[in-house]
Design a protein around this ligand. Sequence first.
Ligand code: MCA
Ligand code: AMP
Length: 467
Amino acid sequence: MTLLPALHGVHGDPSGAVSVAGETLSWSELAGKADAVGACVGGAAAIAVCGAASIETVVAVVAGLRWGVPVVPVPADAGPMEREHILRDSGADMVIGDPDWPEVELERVLVPARAGSPTGGSDVGDSDPALIMYTSGTTGLPKGAVIPRRAVAAGLDGLADAWGWTPDDTLVHGLPLFHVHGLILGVLGALRVGSKLVHTGRPTPDRYAAAGGTLYFGVPTVWSRLVAAPEQARALSSARLLVSGSAALPVPVFDRIRELTGQAPVERYGMTETLITLSTRHDGERRPGHVGVPIAGVETRLRSDAGDLLRHDGETIGGLEVRGATMFDGYLNLPDKTAESMTDDGWFVTGDAVTIGPDGFHRIVGRASIDIIKSGGYKVGAGEVETALLSHPSVEEVAVIGVPDDDLGERIVAFVVGDRVAPQELIDHVAALLSVHKRPREIRLVESLPRNAMGKVQKQQLRGTDR
Ligand code: MCA
Ligand code: AMP
């Protein structure tokens, strides 16, 4: 299967190009550089790629995909502990580029400064893994979701259909290149559809306004910052489609986008494990607070905690389960966790609380677990941050929660019982271990944590103090 047809000349547009933070490569140059890298990674079990927003990241990922070597994107801001876990757990034995990663010994392959001619890559099966992407759970270290090539292809084709995405589009976004949103949709999507791509670097309103795209991606924080800059937001009036995802888009932001640009945003929903499964359509209704209908090849159902199937009446809230062509192959090295995430009859349990209307429209109501935080579109496991904080000698007890935040959706707050310690020291301690976006924004030193009779911390009560 040709995963990225644009790089095989299928779209026949010699002007096709990818631009990241001001550096541009034509498709042919990108393919040429990727093949030079690919020729050196043939024997690797997996290649690690630093997910910094750079053209080298795109070359490295494309090299792995064209040469059939699984790609492990490493968060650009990962702290040493998190990075070491990802590198060891994934089994990556080479890294593309020369990042400052002293934790694990890896063979290094540099991206050549000049592009040669593309050589075409190697034959790779549809079921082979394309990427291993790390995602946080409620507890423990991030898990590696193994994403096969067929899921990437099906997911991107489903979105191209839902969004009317064609080679005539120019995609613009400034999202991180180590998650599904920015990397699979935002880079591989453009290369599969054959549309040009402009990655803006940091996704500021000024840069979005100046980019002149037809199709824009953003997490809700990006959109709410954009509408706070009305002049820049109005510059997107000429775009064909504005797409929001990764977290809930507040209805006032949805309305403001429509007022300023003359068009309602398309909202879509997904997970690292399932890729994007639901979306409103370019040619369908866009309803605030709703994420639309399953994309082609995906089915959904709602179940109660007791396991009963629930009605699609737009009111009954249940746990969303999904199945279909876009599913991952499981968590690397974690068969038990993989089994836990699936029902006996093969549906993936998302952990999101949802309603489905008689018209098939889905509304995400919340997460089943208080221990999954979404901040700025990043998923953060409370347990992971708690473990990091507990490794500080002054911390005796800790509870981490997400509290509602107008800008970030949720912001990470840690309630800490311990010896007198400066909050900033604890924030820096987390950043030295985990990705910097997992740092608590706020540390609250408390005498004790609220617990129930069983001794379990009552996080709802902690959240209640913020409402
Ligand atoms: C942040 N800062 C802090 C702290 N946190 N400083 C001290 N203590 C802290 N705890 C600093 C930052 O380093 C930065 O500093 C400044 O504060 C502003 O940070 P922030 O408010 O976070 O803004 P930002 O850096 O501009 O980032 C906002 C963002 C970012 C661009 C929206 O959150 C982002 O890129 N989010 C996208 C996440 C994403 O792609 N998720 C998709 C997952 P300085 O200015 O010095 O740098 S995939 C997924 O969810 C599924 C599949 C799906 O549906 O898509
Ligand atoms: P991740 O593991 O980072 O891929 O995050 C997946 C989670 O993001 C989902 O389980 C949802 O909780 C959340 N999410 C993604 N898209 C949306 C959306 N459009 N609205 C609400 N939540 C979303």
